[in-house]
Design a protein around this ligand. Structure first.
Ligand code: GUN
Length: 286
């Protein structure tokens, strides 16, 4: 069994990005990322802090707009419109979830698709499904990079995705499909998840339930990608996979922490640099 080590791969990606960013800066462009945080959900606060720190490490200028959960939808839309018009900002990210009185779809659709580094705008999601150049959401993109680094090619493989969120499961299914996999999608209404996962070459799971995937649910030699992040009362962090017994059967498996999590951050940084390159192209075209 080989661990899919997202921690060390993300560090490699950050090093190469830091070099690219320094070149960009010499051309007068410092990539800029605006992160919007509404309310004080502890997990969201922690993710936003991690994203800001990662930007600092590689030389991306980042600013975090922290807003109270009482903000109106219109106020939030107005902040986004200003960022859309701000020439120093290449990427805009609204940390999810948003409070229930705000329509998430409306907020995501307000972001300029060229600055949509999270890839959640329907324009970019549509391009993803159509398999044309786009911003892919960071977690699915990070998973694909991790697999590719370990020369795991999904083409012709049976992939089972467990968990159909808009952020992870749906876009990752699309990326796997684009990569030539046969993809089965399991979700909350799936009666027998094991019936799907037992036949899979690659099992990806992002549900938020510790121990959901047990050893008897995977075949010997399967690749297991754990996208779950669950904080235990003891303070530890685990994924959705019953790690020790599953690792004994798997050929490759992601640890949690240290697997997909750091790859998500690296993919966000890469998307932000890609957005900054659009700015450079526009500048050079003038
Ligand atoms: N909430 C949980 N994951 C994510 C993510 O990748 N991006 C944003 N914007 N919000 C999230």
């Amino acid at each position: 069994m080989t661990l899919l080590d997202g921690k060390s791969l993300s560090a490699e990606i950050e090093n190469s990005l830091a070099k690219d960013i320094s070149t960009l800066s010499h051309n007068g462009i410092t990539p800029g990322l605006a992160v919007i945080l509404v309310g004080n959900n502890p997990a969201s606060c922690a993710y936003v802090q991690m994203k800001a720190k990662a930007c600092k490490r590689v030389g991306i200028y980042s600013l975090t707009h922290e807003m109270p959960s009482t903000i109106t939808e219109e106020e939030l839309l107005s902040v986004i419109r200003n960022l859309n018009d701000n020439p120093n900002i290449d990427g805009i990210l609204v940390q999810l979830p948003l409070p229930p009185h705000i329509q998430t779809a409306k907020v995501l659709e307000c972001i300029d698709p060229k600055k949509d580094v999270d890839g959640f705008h329907p324009f970019n999601l549509g391009r993803l499904v159509a398999n044309v150049e786009t911003f892919a959401p960071a977690t699915p993109l990070g998973v694909m990079r991790l697999l590719s680094h370990y020369e795991i090619n999904p083409s012709g493989k049976d992939v089972v995705m467990v968990g159909m969120s808009n952020i992870v499961g749906k876009p990752l299914s699309a990326l796997m499909l684009n990569a030539g996999a046969s993809v089965s999608c399991c979700h909350i209404l799936t009666r027998d998840v094991g019936a799907y996962t037992r036949g899979a070459d690659i099992v990806c799971v992002g549900v938020g339930k510790p121990g959901l995937i047990k050893a008897d649910m995977i075949k010997t030699g399967a690749v297991v990608v754990d996208i779950g992040i669950n904080r235990l009362e003891s303070g530890g962090i685990v994924g959705d996979v019953d790690f020790e017994p599953v690792a004994k059967k798997a050929s490759f498996i992601t640890p949690v922490p240290g697997g997909v999590g750091p790859m998500t951050i690296a993919a966000l940084l890469q998307n932000t640099c890609k957005a900054a390159l659009y700015r450079l192209e526009k500048k050079e075209a003038r």
